[in-house]
Ligand binder design. Sequence first.
Ligand code: ASP
Length: 584
Amino acid sequence: MFRSHTNGELTLKNLNEEVTLSGWVQTIRDKGFMIWIDLRDRYGITQLVFDQDRSSAELMENAKKLGREFVIQVTGKVIERVSKNPNIPTGEIEILVEQLTVLNESQLPPFTIEDETDGGEELRMKYRYLDIRRAPVRDKLIFRHKMAQKVRNYLSDEGFIEVETPVLIKSTPEGARDFVVPSRMNPGQFYALPQSPQTFKQLLMVGGMDKYFQIVKCFRDEDLRADRQPEFTQIDCEMAFVEQEDVMNVFEGMTKTLIRDITGQEFGAFPRMTFADAMQKYGNDKPDIRFGMEFVELNDLVKGKDFKIFDEAELVVGINVEGCADYTRKQIDELVDWVKRPQIGASGMVWAKFQNDGVKTFSVNKFYNEKDLAKIIEKFEAKEGDLMLILSGNEHKVRTQLSALRMELGNRLGLRKGDVFAPLWVVDFPLLEFDEESGRYHAMHHPFTSPKPEDLHLLETDPGKARANAYDMVLNGNEIGGGSIRIFDKELQSRMFDLLGFTKEEAEAQFGFLMNAFKYGAPPHGGLAFGFDRLVAILDGNEVIRDYIAFPKNNSGRDVMIDAPAAIADEQLDELELKLNLKA
Ligand code: ASP
């Protein structure tokens, strides 16, 4: 028997018991006549003590040979500690060791394996298995496990069946590139890894499964942005005989349950916002509504006053930053520089202050009189002590820039608190998005999303204006889930492929199987998918998804621990009948 107890469970209640423990040596304090060791496992830490007066000379000798991260087994007696540690559950006791066995030695680890570590990101990734021994990492994985269990229980109780769908498939378009896998048995042919199980879950609906879910890996070969993972996990769902409202109800219920179980916070119905409103008020289709700073449009007040920049702008729009009128010139200049960084791309910023002493100032007061400024401040609904920041330019760009500024200020002013949850639905997304580069429409969600019935006629006249039966769940400024009611009529689906610029042959080659299935009685259906990694991170008051993945890839899509991706052997290439011909 390796252990009678774990390292997280012994307390004063166990006083004088003989116990056996196993684990890793976290720290060693050697005073010569006394040696203390913190013994660690997944469950916690228990202090061991070796004492010259109470332990044999041989035992003292052996204890002195231990090193950090040695795996050991000890037997001894639970005794009361002289100096107690109130911060850990086992902090009132220690084990007076009688027997020590070294189960395995360890090299000196490359970084300290404690809550606070000296290891940099890349080093900890390379030795991720050591990082996982640290409580902060371990706890995140345990939290993830608990969330997955809750999701499974909730959905199973709601009548959903978990069905596994294949990983070696054909392209499912979700707007990214596919990862591909060459087929040895079919030389020259490739599988694609699923960007999502979208088409399969729709086929499950045709198959009559009625309610499907899966906690499933998806793969997208995207240019890596910070905190994107090329493989990630979705809670993927689909339901038959439903309307948008039915889908939203189930998953709003699921999200409420998760938040309630974690925080005790109860939510009523989640607020809903149309895509158009979200863009207008927040410049963003995933607004963080934990704080205000809604956009205030100023075109009608600022144009025609000889201020060329505003006169030439498509949109002049600003935010009111409460309580920041005391920003110094230097602080404001720094914000101006911030919005002018290439990542944001504003050409400048205008500001107005309603000072605490009642004085109103405007950075472009050359062009505007007191009355003009009073009107502007009134439109902002600013109070004494507020600072107003104003951007101008091309409508789409300026909204995006102001949205970034709003989020930055939200961060700087501490308005984005990890333990406050502000969920909402964003609805009525456009069906299509015009891509200037390729000169054609793309599906905003994916090609299987149905247009709103009342907008169907727009497909002929003004497709860009048609709205979709699509919805996103947004939590604290992150899209955590999204879905749609699907097209289930093969005529409409083929019209959709048409609009998206597929030829009949291309549509047939890529999606013939789905269109064919639709010939055999496809029920009305719809669903959604949550990004599980992100959901878990946010629910844990965090935003870094990598921390919640046991073995994540780094920012260049590499697994630095196993060193992948990597070249393959010539024999493997031969078997695949592939020849490398890399462009320089
Ligand atoms: N397959 C979609 C996605 O991955 C979700 C859905 O429409 O259900 O975003």
